[in-house]
Design a protein. Structure first.
Ligand SMILES: *[C@@H]1O[C@H](CO)[C@@H](O)[C@H](O)[C@H]1NC(C)=O
Ligand SMILES: *[C@@H]1O[C@H](CO)[C@@H](O)[C@H](O)[C@H]1NC(C)=O
Ligand SMILES: *[C@@H]1O[C@H](CO)[C@@H](O)[C@H](O)[C@H]1NC(C)=O
Ligand SMILES: *[C@@H]1O[C@H](CO)[C@@H](O)[C@H](O)[C@H]1NC(C)=O
Ligand SMILES: *[C@@H]1O[C@H](CO)[C@@H](O)[C@H](O)[C@H]1NC(C)=O
Length: 341
């Protein structure tokens, strides 16, 4: 299976133009040596191939597959008035318009595609559509792609006797002040209009959050994070985090493969195959359960979004660069593997 993985990636690479291909082979080689002995079996993936058949109503915006993805729309108030700004005063309205979210071919290889999430600046105001809530007016548009109720992930087996899941995302972020790009996860739930809800309680952070990567503003810092804690009667009290900031190593405006390996007893974060953050059993907890494995023992869904402004990046937003289309978050692929002995 190790061989299969190498062959698969090599054939992918050969479809690419020179530079990307060589880089990918090196990355796969580094990754495999890192987990010597283990096999990676592809469980789920999205390569963002460009093109939709006109008859396929589940393929939109140049190649987004609605069987795999949905959108969080609006300014956050779909989830309740207190969630305006998505819980931390972000400024954008999320849309599903192709100006904000689409699949584009690579300039040098039209058969290979990437997801583009691109923020827009609206100096004269934009009427923001909110599902389940009144419209509002905002100055920025962007997008938030989710696999909620469509694809969810967790390690396999029993707590303490499990095999890990590995999620690789190859992506590139904008170095633009005021932007906040992230690839992250929240617990799966069937509750509609309930944000950060799950089996351990409703409301952030009782159910936990895993941030595979985050990037803010115009620096070269890569961030990963795990959120947990909360009180049973007050989800937001006593929230804890295990944040790692990896400074000036991966050039964030280049393509990087960022990974999260999640087992019942640890969560690890890697950049181009190199671990830079690890949290182990005993270091996390939730007010929603006394099990040491909770809240990271239930399925989580994936979220990819580009926020404009918010408590984390702040509000020194580079309107000129957003208006010029430079606030672009690109994702080449998402690959989810089981790591098996
Ligand atoms: C796209 O957004 C419109 C509102 O602008 C909404 O009516 C529609 O249901 C959305 N479609 C999807 C697939 O999210
Ligand atoms: C945002 O839009 C409003 C109109 O709704 C406009 O008056 C205001 O100047 C805009 N703000 C910025 C920062 O562009
Ligand atoms: C981003 O903002 C910081 C702090 O205000 C400033 O020092 C920096 O020059 C800005 N970067 C760019 C690329 O505009
Ligand atoms: C959501 O509903 C589906 C279908 O009824 C069920 O299979 C699944 O286990 C539910 N998921 C959660 C997290 O409750
Ligand atoms: C939650 O319960 C604890 C312990 O009973 C109590 O001290 C605290 O005030 C409660 N918090 C809220 C927001 O009700």
């Amino acid at each position: 299976m190790t061989m299969n993985l190498t062959c698969r990636s090599t054939s992918l690479a050969s479809r690419r133009q020179q530079g990307y291909g060589r880089l990918l082979i090196l990355l796969v080689a580094a990754t495999l040596s890192h987990i010597s002995g283990a096999r990676q079996v592809l469980r789920w993936s999205e390569e963002f191939k460009p093109g939709c058949k006109t008859t396929d109503k589940f393929c939109i915006n140049g190649g987004i597959n609605l069987h795999k993805f949905g959108f969080d729309l609006g300014d956050g108030t779909s989830y309740g008035p207190s969630l305006i700004g998505w819980g931390n005063w972000q400024r954008q309205c999320h849309t599903n318009a192709s100006s904000n979210v689409r699949v584009e071919p690579f300039p040098n290889n039209p058969t290979d595609g990437m997801l583009v999430i691109q923020a827009g600046y609206e100096p004269s105001g934009y009427t923001c559509f909110n599902e389940n809530a009144p419209p509002s007016t905002t100055n920025y548009t962007s997008a938030r792609l989710i696999t909620r109720n469509k694809a969810t992930f967790k390690w396999k087996g029993a707590p303490g006797n499990s095999t890990p899941v590995r999620i690789d995302v190859r992506l590139k972020v904008p170095l633009v002040n005021g932007t906040w790009a992230s690839a992250w996860m929240l617990p799966e739930t069937n509750k509609t209009w309930c944000m950060a809800c799950g089996p351990y309680g409703d409301g952030w952070c009782l159910g936990g959050e895993i941030d595979i990567m985050e990037h803010i503003n115009s620096n070269d810092y890569l961030i990963s994070n795990v959120h947990h804690g909360g009180l049973p009667n007050a989800s937001w009290v006593g929230c804890k985090q295990t944040v790692a900031v990896y400074k000036n190593k991966p050039k964030m405006s280049d393509w990087n493969v960022l990974s999260m390996i999640w087992d019942s007893t640890y969560i690890r974060f890697l950049a181009n195959g190199k671990e830079y953050n690890k949290i182990t059993l005993g270091k996390w907890s939730t007010g929603g359960s006394s099990s040491p494995y909770a809240p990271f023992d239930v399925p989580f869904y994936l979220i990819f979004d580009l926020a404009i402004g918010g408590l984390y990046p702040g509000y020194k937003i580079d309107n000129a660069k957003v208006a010029a289309g430079e606030a672009r978050f690109n994702i080449d692929y998402i690959r989810v593997y089981d790591i098996v002995p």
